[in-house]
Ligand binder design. Structure first.
Ligand code: KIV
Length: 288
């Protein structure tokens, strides 16, 4: 079994960057709330992403597109309150960084100032490199994200693997270089053939974090709710379920309903005993 971190030494940006050389794999998982963040952090994950996947997983939307800055800041702040060790990355939602670099810097700053995040993530390659540069110049660490970029999945022709043909593989490599040159400290590669992801990992000087991008990346990220079997609506091919918690939770809730219906809950163990004499006296005083 994988050992969990017991040192509690906070993960720093330079620690993440140094893993490229040391070869020690980086782990990242999502969290959207305080309780989950506490568990994920205690287990020893290196980075926690407050992903805009919260749009689907937590808010019940069909995509990440409707997620707002206010949604992201609210959840990022809750996650940050639960984290002592991991580096917390806030995901910039659709249209919070595309309109202008100025607006992007302002919104990135809100993740740091208002939610206490350590870094932000945004989607895009060459098209967004100037914006990444501006945010980094403002002193805010940026994680890039290329390949399948869910915020613009419609423009990419749907939720499908990117970089399968030569033109799109070339574009991915140019995108990865542009993001690295713009000053990002790491790069998410989503739904990219493993050969292309490995080549990008060797080609650029910053760590790559794969999701559906094979084992050749410098690190791996998954949506925690997928890993725990808590989001049964859709399970992508790249997800490995390390637990199947949905039936466990449903069974517990069914038992609660059953026990309350039968008057079995709460029993003595979950009640504060006494008060009968006092209640009797008060009711007598008020008159029946
Ligand atoms: O929003 C998210 O959860 C993500 C990961 C899938 C990388 O962007």
């Amino acid at each position: 079994m994988q050992k969990t971190d017991k040192t509690r030494t906070p993960v720093t940006l330079s620690n993440i960057k140094s893993r490229k050389k040391s070869g020690e794999r980086i782990t990242m998982l999502t969290a959207y709330d305080y309780s989950t963040a506490v568990l994920v952090d205690r287990a020893g994950v290196d980075m926690i992403l407050v992903g805009d996947s919260l749009g689907m997983v937590i808010l019940g939307y069909d995509s990440t597109v409707p997620v707002t800055m206010e949604d992201m800041l609210h959840h990022s702040a809750a996650v940050r309150r639960g984290v002592n060790r991991a580096l917390v990355v806030g995901d910039m939602p659709f249209m919070s960084y595309q309109v202008s670099p100025e607006e992007a810097v302002r919104n990135a700053g809100r993740f740091i100032k208002e939610a206490g995040c350590h870094a932000v993530k945004l989607e895009g390659g060459m098209n967004i490199a100037k914006t990444i540069e501006r945010i980094v110049r403002a002193g805010i660490p940026v994680m890039g994200h290329i390949g399948l970029t869910p915020q613009t999945a419609t423009a990419l022709g749907g939720f499908k693997v990117q970089g399968r043909d030569e033109e799109s593989a070339r574009r991915l490599i140019r995108d990865a270089r542009a993001v690295a040159e713009a000053g990002a400290f790491s790069l998410v590669l989503e739904c990219v053939p493993s050969g292309i992801a490995s080549a990008i990992t060797e080609d650029i000087p910053i760590p790559t974090i794969g999701i559906g991008a094979g084992a050749g990346c410098d690190g791996q990220v998954l949506v925690t709710n997928d890993l725990l079997g808590l989001f049964p609506k859709f399970v992508p091919k790249f997800v490995k379920k390390y637990a199947d918690l949905a039936p466990v939770i449903q069974e517990a809730i069914t038992r609660f309903i059953d026990e309350v219906s039968k008057g079995e809950f709460p029993g003595d163990a979950h009640s504060f005993k006494g008060g009968e004499d006092l209640a009797e006296k008060i009711i007598r005083d008020y008159g029946r």
